[in-house]
Design a binder for this molecule. Structure first.
Ligand SMILES: [Zn+2]
Length: 137
């Protein structure tokens, strides 16, 4: 297994009322970004299902300059109906994200849990404060 120092949370930038399944996200990354596979290691749609993306051993494609040593998790949403940044996580998504992070914490106890925004302030993603919410996990 590669060294993992960061667990990075993203949103899919999907507005409320629109949908992007894990498979649709995968196809978008393959067809429009030229990736071999979905860029994230996990994808959590609004119903809270934890969908496995790229295998953990494989380097992801989700955060410039930080892919080599990180795990990428994305939740479906992150924009309000007008397309403005907003924490749109459903209760199911919050529960699944917390459970997933607790599991990853056990396996990678030293990795920091951060949001994309914390590494690149030009991005609003994932539209909530990950360090505040998960810093103590
Ligand atoms: Zn992001």
């Amino acid at each position: 297994m590669r060294t993992v120092t960061l667990i990075i949370i993203h949103c899919s930038a999907t507005p409320e009322g629109k949908f992007l399944s894990a498979e649709a996200c995968r196809q978008d990354h393959i067809q429009h970004r030229g990736f071999r596979d979905i860029g994230y290691h996990f994808y959590i749609p609004r119903d809270g299902e934890i969908c496995q993306g790229r295998p953990l051993e494989k380097v992801g494609a989700h955060c410039r300059d930080h892919n080599t040593h990180s795990i990428g998790i994305c939740y479906e949403g992150g924009l309000d109906i007008a397309g403005r940044p907003q924490d749109t996580r459903t209760l199911a998504q919050r529960g699944s994200l917390l459970a997933l992070l607790r599991e990853l914490r056990k396996r990678f106890p030293k990795a920091l849990i951060v949001g994309h925004h914390d590494l690149n302030p030009m991005k609003e993603c994932p539209c909530f404060n990950c360090i505040k919410e998960y810093g103590e996990l």
